[in-house]
Write a protein that binds this ligand. Structure first.
Ligand SMILES: [Zn+2]
Length: 335
């Protein structure tokens, strides 16, 4: 019998959960939740491959990598695997409230796809990332839940389960994917072909458990924004007069705010919880630990102000004003 593998870095909980199931006990639909870049999609892909692999096996998870099923999954040509990458909108071209031109798929396509029989006689699997439904499409999906065809598996992945309609969410079995460990992130970066160990260690340190964030840190432009926001933050805390908020432009505002928010959060955590809670910006922990002992209540207020600023940043207020708002909130902490 050939060697089976199921290779997803991290995701111990989900792996245990599905390993304990027999194929016949799979639910019709799952919702994979968790932060971006923690392996939800990778796991869904490997789960699909496990089910479509034609090599006989006793466990639910595991694939041979060499059979016809595995080869078709690997090349993206398996007729029974429908997997969307990136945000998917399902609407209805005939309905006034549909997504119209921006539709990737209509409710009718969805119903038709669900009702088709498997070409290969096994599972028919749908993986939708960050899916958005119009009411019509949601109804189509609910109809699917009323009378699910056998051997159809639907996996939705999202970092914001609260955005799903309750009627849909309640029909899905939720599986949560926690943040990755630093070692996990390093392993994944090496697998992605990164070889500079110093860079890998630095990216994993600031990744906060997300490969997406590690990759962003490895991207020169993003790293520059982060460095600029960090320098700006220390300058504000020290009461520096030079307002070098070069990061506060439309393209990098969100990234800059996220960086400042992380630092304020770490500052607050170090004031109230000390060692029990790990800092998010691990590479800046030493510097943050040396910051003035601000009142926790003021730090919490500053944190709230930054969350507000993030919302304001999505309107047409100028980035400079948004940064100024945050500057005042942070400066208040040390006065
Ligand atoms: Zn196989």
């Amino acid at each position: 019998m050939s060697e089976l593998s199921f290779d997803v870095v991290g995701a111990e909980g989900p792996t245990r959960f599905f390993s304990s199931l027999a194929q016949g006990r799979l639910a019709h639909a799952y919702l994979f939740t968790g932060h971006d870049g923690v392996g939800k999609r990778t796991f869904a892909d490997r789960l699909a491959q496990s089910l479509l692999c034609v090599t006989p096996k006793e466990t639910l998870l595991g694939y041979c990598g060499t059979c016809s099923g595995c080869k078709m999954v690997a090349s993206g040509t398996h007729p029974d695997l429908f997997a969307s990458r990136g945000q998917l909108k399902i609407g209805d071209r005939d309905a006034p409230a549909g997504f119209h031109e921006t539709d990737d798929m209509t409710a009718r396509d969805l119903v038709r796809q669900f009702s088709l029989h498997a070409y290969e006689g096994g599972w028919r699997i749908f993986i939708f990332e960050d899916v958005e439904f119009t009411r019509e499409a949601a109804n189509a999906l609910l109809a699917f839940f009323e009378d699910p065809p056998s051997n159809v598996l639907l996996v939705l992945t999202t970092d914001a389960p609260g955005k799903l309609l309750d009627t849909i969410r309640s029909r899905l079995v939720e599986v949560h994917f926690p943040l990755l460990s630093r070692t996990n992130v390093e392993t994944i970066l090496r697998r992605k072909g990164y070889t500079d160990e110093k860079e890998i260690a630095r990216a994993a340190l600031i990744a906060q458990g997300s490969v997406d964030r590690a990759l962003a840190a490895l991207d020169g432009a993003t790293a520059e924004v982060r460095d600029a926001a960090i320098a700006w933050f220390y300058n504000v805390v020290e009461g520096g007069g030079v307002d070098d908020s070069g990061w506060a432009v439309r393209e990098s505002l969100e990234e800059g705010l996220e960086t400042v928010k992380t630092l304020v959060r770490d500052w607050l955590v170090m004031r109230v919880a000390r060692k029990e809670i790990a800092p998010l910006a691990a590479d800046e922990a030493r510097t943050v630990a040396k910051l003035p002992k601000a009142e926790p209540a003021r730090l919490a207020a500053a944190l709230e102000a930054i969350v507000e600023a993030e919302a304001i940043a999505r309107t047409n207020v100028t980035p400079h004003l948004v940064a100024e708002y945050v500057r005042m909130a942070v400066a208040t902490c040390v006065r």
